[in-house]
Design a protein around this ligand. Structure first.
Ligand SMILES: Cc1cc2nc3c(=O)[nH]c(=O)nc-3n(C[C@H](O)[C@H](O)[C@H](O)COP(=O)(O)OP(=O)(O)OC[C@H]3O[C@@H](n4cnc5c(N)ncnc54)[C@H](O)[C@@H]3O)c2cc1C
Length: 482
């Protein structure tokens, strides 16, 4: 039997259910990747994300090549290209791992229909998450809308099913490739219409494993404190790897739990479980996307959306200042500059900048969501949308208008010495620590000493946080949010 395996968000060999099934069932295997031209043209994702994907694909192609398989690639509309490839290469079965974005679900349904119409079998697998939305339900069979309930049910399912990771398929080396056209080099980022750059987080399956090992050996066991300090390596930085499937969530969770079995000193059970909670958040937002696809274009709860600024020059000026990291709030500016420079931003800072955009500047959260998608290495519709809605208080665990971050207090708490701020906002490098969180409070003499004149070298705050907060809360009361 001849099988075509369509790689998508699963660019690895280990614990890859579609690949394992294809290798077990077929004597000829053809690996395929399709560059989705309409999606690339939409510019929804940015150069950071595209370069990470390309780097991961290069490694995947080399790993397959070492086992005698040439990764085939095509470029165009995936619906047409997958069907054409299966037809051209006389595939009996097409294998892929499931995707949960509404757009991808529609695409996959169309591909499946077209293939089955031609008598080609389609086999799909659970991969991106440990549990799909239908695996985690409330007592009435409905999807759960509260994270706490979802998390409890997730752990029940984990205990019941005891998930295991699949090894790299042993049959991979002996699976003959049906046809071996001369292997073509993968396109460059420029050929895909994007700037070429070296991703700030190294791509590929091997790097993902290395990063997971490094994290499990140290930072994991002080995650509860380390995860909030943006100036240190307190988190795993695995998010782009989960995004492109260079490592599976099962592998990561099992590795984290395994550290507890070793019984070595310094191991912290609460920290391990806190980290796994974050991966459960990821799955929670994926299932919200599947079950409530309206979140892609609007609030999860219509009733909690507060009015936002009209689109005018002032709104555009404020939004531009936020994007460029020139708001006069050092922690916000450091975060937005980290994003522009590296394609990544620390989670604590993501929350601060999102709250600032929505609640201090009163700009629609969708503008922030779109900007993040276009700049993040780990740009992921489920996690990005779910978190933006959480920060805008329109999401599942909405706390109405009351979750308003105070940027100066947040930075005093989580970046007390201003190490993170100084790294990304060099104009503030010489500002004394006592003033680093609110440099506009420096008297003129101090500004001169610090070589940082407010309004010249570094902006004055574009809004007054205290007033903006009061206005936002008053708006909430006036709208009588239920
Ligand atoms: C406004 C906003 C937008 C975001 N957009 C994205 C996005 O597009 N893609 C993305 O992967 N994450 C997004 N996040 C979540 C989070 O910031 C990143 O997942 C995290 O910073 C990645 O760093 P890490 O891998 O070191 O995380 P770790 O702390 O090591 O966590 C491990 C993994 O858990 C998952 N995770 C962690 N926090 C969250 C969370 N709050 N929600 C969902 N999953 C989480 C990620 O897959 C992460 O890799 C966003 C958060 C906010 C506040």
């Amino acid at each position: 039997m001849r099988g075509l395996i369509w790689f998508r968000r699963d660019l690895r060999l280990a614990d890859q259910p579609a690949l394992s099934a294809a290798c077990a069932e077929c004597d000829e295997v053809i690996p395929l990747f399709v560059f989705d031209d309409p999606l690339l043209r939409s510019r929804e994702f940015g150069a950071a994300c595209v370069n990470f994907m390309l780097g991961s694909l290069r490694e995947l192609a080399a790993s397959l090549e070492a086992r005698g398989l040439a990764l085939q690639w095509r470029r165009g509309d995936p619906i047409e290209e997958v069907v054409r490839a299966a037809h051209d290469w006389n595939a009996d079965v097409v294998y892929w791992n499931r995707d949960y974005e509404p757009r991808a679900i529609r695409r996959d349904q169309l591909v499946q229909q077209e293939l089955e119409r031609r008598g080609i079998i389609v086999k799909t697998f659970k991969d991106q998450v440990v549990f799909e939305s239908q695996d985690i339900r409330g007592a009435t069979g409905k999807p759960l809308q509260r994270y706490s309930a979802y998390r409890a049910r997730w752990w029940t399912q984990w205990s019941l099913h005891k998930p295991r990771a699949l090894p790299v398929p042993a049959a991979l080396s002996s699976a003959k490739q049906a046809m071996r056209p001369p292997s073509r080099p993968l396109p460059s980022a420029e050929e895909l219409g994007y700037a070429s750059l070296v991703p700030w987080i190294e791509p590929g399956e091997q790097q993902a494993r290395k990063q997971l090992r490094r994290f499990c050996e140290g930072p994991l066991h002080c995650y509860s404190t380390g995860r909030n300090i943006p100036s240190i390596e307190g988190t795993s930085k695995l998010s782009p790897h989960f995004r492109f499937g260079t490592i599976s969530p099962r592998t990561a969770i099992l590795a984290a739990l395994h550290t507890l079995e070793k019984g070595r000193p310094g191991v912290s059970r609460p920290d391990v479980f806190l980290w796994i909670d974050e991966l459960i958040w990821r799955e929670f937002f994926q299932q919200i996307l599947t079950e409530f696809p309206h979140v892609v274009s609007g609030p999860f709860r219509q009733t909690v959306a507060l009015p936002v600024r009209e689109r005018d020059q002032e709104r555009d000026r404020l939004f531009q200042a936020w994007c460029e990291g020139k708001t006069g709030y050092p922690i916000v500016d450091a975060g937005m500059r980290q994003l522009r420079q590296t394609g990544w931003m620390h989670n604590r800072v993501r929350m601060i900048v999102a709250s600032f955009l929505v609640k201090d500047l009163r700009i629609d959260w969708q503008s922030g969501e779109q900007y993040f998608m276009a700049h993040l290495l780990d740009a992921d519709v489920g996690a990005n949308n779910g978190n933006w809605q959480w920060c805008a208080s329109t999401g599942t665990d909405a706390m109405r208008g009351y979750r308003i971050f105070n940027p100066a207090l947040q930075s005093k708490k989580f970046d007390p010495e201003g190490l993170y701020i100084r790294r990304y906002v060099p104009e503030l490098a010489s500002v004394p620590t006592a003033k680093i969180h609110e440099p506009h409070l420096m008297p003129l003499g101090e500004q001169a000493d610090a070589r940082c004149r407010i309004g010249i070298d570094y902006p004055a705050p574009i809004v007054d946080h205290r007033l903006a907060r009061e206005e936002y809360l008053a708006l909430g009361k006036r709208e009588r949010v239920p």
